[in-house]
Design a protein around this ligand. Structure first.
Ligand SMILES: Cc1cc2nc3c(=O)[nH]c(=O)nc-3n(C[C@H](O)[C@H](O)[C@H](O)COP(=O)(O)OP(=O)(O)OC[C@H]3O[C@@H](n4cnc5c(N)ncnc54)[C@H](O)[C@@H]3O)c2cc1C
Length: 459
């Protein structure tokens, strides 16, 4: 190594992937001044974000060795430079699963199904800008593949089976949210096809959950996921001095905030919670929470809140499109009488999970409160024989509901929670139906009527 490495940093992150960039960005936001990212490649994903946040990236930096200078400093030796830092965090994926996908693939479309790892470049022979592409996989790998395809101009649907809101790096979450707001990616949270079939020579994805319709694509991408290996440091081929361990961190992709520690490493953190884990160890003076994991209310409390607030059962949830569903609701008191043109109130608690995983600022008081919204009742007015329904016989209410997606600072409250509901689940239904825009007063069949449509729809 160089005797006195000239460039000095507070934090060096090894790995220009979304997890590494997220950590660098979070550290800067928390006031850590000198932060550098070392990337093996010639570019990193999300270049515009690096510029905007002034993240310093050294490209083509192949790290060979990490060692100790003195009590407070490590050195990082690459194939062409040596740098020093008070803490070093390794964000490099090691070990990749190539397990068979958990669904059948029609052999006719096998050449349109691609196993990938990491970003997808324009010179991948099958990747075309204007294609519709389904990306299936876990966490960071799938998000990275989807983001790079959207940047190439493809229309991307990303199916992520994961449960938690914390498994993705901050960078990947923000990128996905931004690309969604631009309508360039649709994220299907907690969703996984159970079959890739064939229709007209193209892959057709069939989803077992009721809220996702069957969809046709030009290509399907299976994003491989890294697996834990016995000795990740050895797998990385970086020579790490024994004495450097306590100033070293390691990021792993895990759907938990407490991943298995890696031996000889001071602190191991999950990518979704990286800064919060790293900060107390290496930067105790920068106690700023950037990626706070929000646990609002526990499971038992949720069950109690649902019992207290909900008074109706969802009997049908039929998606006509991923963003438009027909919902049927049966009130506990059994009376769903109403007039065509009226509307009712539906509600769910702030404690319910969201399909888009957007984190909202919710005050302590509102966490256990209901979100209520009005919905036009859309029960058919004729029965199957063409006769008018007898309203007094009505025991259920039907609604057409549009999923509202977040845009910028505008974060919708109810519909992203409704999107995760299935028949049999409970909901709040307002005690009264309302609305005076009905046909009741117009009994003259020869009357001329002028219909006006409003923003809330014509029921
Ligand atoms: C009388 C009445 C009848 C209604 N009937 C229906 C109905 O039949 N079906 C239905 O889906 N909605 C209906 N709405 C709208 C509904 O009450 C909610 O506003 C809507 O579902 C969004 O709720 P949210 O909590 O997800 O978003 P919110 O937190 O309420 O809204 C966030 C933002 O999204 C905007 N927004 C609301 N709806 C849409 C939309 N469709 N597209 C884009 N942006 C939107 C709001 O203006 C607001 O700026 C009706 C509203 C009224 C007042």
């Amino acid at each position: 190594m160089t005797e006195h490495p000239s460039a000095q940093y507070d934090l060096i992150v090894i790995g220009g992937n979304p997890a590494g960039l997220s950590l660098a960005w979070a550290a800067q936001r928390a006031g850590v001044e000198r932060v550098a990212v070392l990337s093996r490649g010639e570019s990193v994903i999300g270049k515009d974000l690096i510029g905007r946040h002034r993240v310093e990236v050294h490209y083509q930096a192949d790290v060979r060795r990490i060692g100790r200078i003195d009590e407070d400093r490590l050195f990082v030796e690459t194939d062409h430079i040596t740098l020093q830092a008070s803490a070093v965090v390794v964000s490099q994926r090691v070990g990749i699963t190539r397990a068979d996908p958990p669904f059948a693939i029609d052999p006719v479309v096998a050449d349109r199904v691609h196993g990938v790892y990491g970003t997808i470049e324009s010179d991948d022979s099958w990747a075309r800008g204007d294609d519709d592409i389904l990306v299936v996989g876990e966490g960071e790998s799938a998000a990275t593949a989807a983001i790079s395809l959207a940047e190439l101009g493809a229309g991307v649907v990303l199916a992520l089976p994961n449960e938690g809101v914390t498994f993705l790096s901050r960078w990947a979450r923000d990128e996905l949210q931004w690309l969604e707001s631009q309508r360039r990616i649709t994220v299907l949270w907690r969703s996984m096809p159970d079959e890739i079939g064939e229709l007209g020579g193209l892959p057709m994805a069939y989803f077992p959950d009721r809220r996702t319709p069957d969809l046709q694509f030009d290509h399907v991408v299976l994003a491989y996921h890294p697996v834990a290996v016995d000795d990740p440091l050895e797998a990385l081929a970086i020579d790490i001095d024994e004495a450097a361990g306590d100033r070293l961190g390691f990021l792993v992709e895990a759907a938990t905030t407490e991943p298995e520690p890696v031996s000889r490493i001071g602190i191991t953190a999950a990518v979704g919670n990286a800064w919060n884990r790293i900060q107390p160890h290496f930067f105790p003076d920068h106690d700023v929470r950037i990626e706070q994991v929000t646990t609002w209310v526990g499971g038992d409390e949720i069950a109690g809140l649902r019992d207290t607030h909900y008074n109706a059962t969802i009997t049908a949830f039929d998606p006509h499109h991923s963003d438009l569903w027909v919902l049927r609701v049966k009130p506990d008191h059994g009376d769903a009488s109403h007039m065509p043109g009226q509307y009712a109130t539906l509600g769910l608690g702030h404690w319910e999970p969201r399909i888009d995983n957007v984190r909202e600022e919710v005050s302590e008081k509102r966490r256990t409160a209901l979100i209520r919204r009005s919905y036009s009742i859309s029960n058919p007015i004729f029965d199957e024989h063409g006769y008018l329904f007898d309203r007094s016989e009505s025991h259920e209410l039907e609604f057409y509901i549009v999923l509202v997606r977040p845009e910028g600072d505008r974060i919708p409250s109810l519909t992203p929670r409704l999107a995760l509901k299935t028949p049999g689940e409970r909901i709040y239904l307002g005690a009264k139906v309302a609305g005076r825009y009905t046909l009741e007063k117009n009994t003259d069949p020869d009357a001329t009527m002028l219909f006006l449509s409003t923003g809330t729809g014509e029921a």
